[in-house]
Design a protein around this ligand. Sequence first.
Ligand code: MN
Ligand code: MN
Length: 266
Amino acid sequence: MTVPKVLGINYDARSSFMRGPAAAPDEVRRVLHAGSANYSTELGAQVDPELWDDLGNLELGDAEPLDARDKIVAAVSDAIADSSPLLSIGGDHFVTYPVVAAMSERYDNITIVHVDAHPDLYDELDGDRYSHACPFARIMEANHASRLIQFGIRTITPHQREQADRFGVEVHEVRTWDGVVPALEGPVYISIDVDGLDPAFAPGVSHHEPGGLTMRQVLDIIHSVAEQGVHVVGADVVEINPGRDIHDMTAMVGAKLVRELLGLMQ
Ligand code: MN
Ligand code: MN
């Protein structure tokens, strides 16, 4: 059995609207270990703490984006050097760019399964090419992934539609999604921006975008990846903003996502 690793990435300096997700890793861990839930996954796996390796946090403060990128790449490269799968807890969505960059040094032809209200394909936002609204533009233009499949999308702009066409992104807008996850081939990386869920299920995010996915639909996406039996090399849970949370609802969403994702990576 594989022992997945978990890394907290405390970095939200690329957020365009509101800071806060840097505090998420410890809040998700607190709720995960609080005792209100057990360590069984819905698919029957056990993810008790001794069955995965918590690497602690990468604290990046207000680091400049290229400095933050290089430190995340170094930490992730080190974590996956023994081929362990890695689950990172963000942080804002910027972190996915360096995490996948490091993954692409080790794995060819990565497919990304991405849940988000936003396509995050801006070439730049407010002059920042490393904004949390840009990671998938940076990933696709550098060929760090060969396929990007998006779910939960409900804020696409004409510019981002052009970018999606340019990079061949498979965008499943909530409005028209048929509930099906297309056939995948490994290696697969799963990136979950918690604002992909409807704010009713996950109020603790910086960008409340109504009309989103239910938690059940997000779990169905994860379980569909599991049922396809592909090699999941990494995953992230990003954009939880504890300062906006209500009764730990969103931290618990994060904790449950962590459990189900760890179950996939064993
Ligand atoms: Mn995002
Ligand atoms: Mn988002």
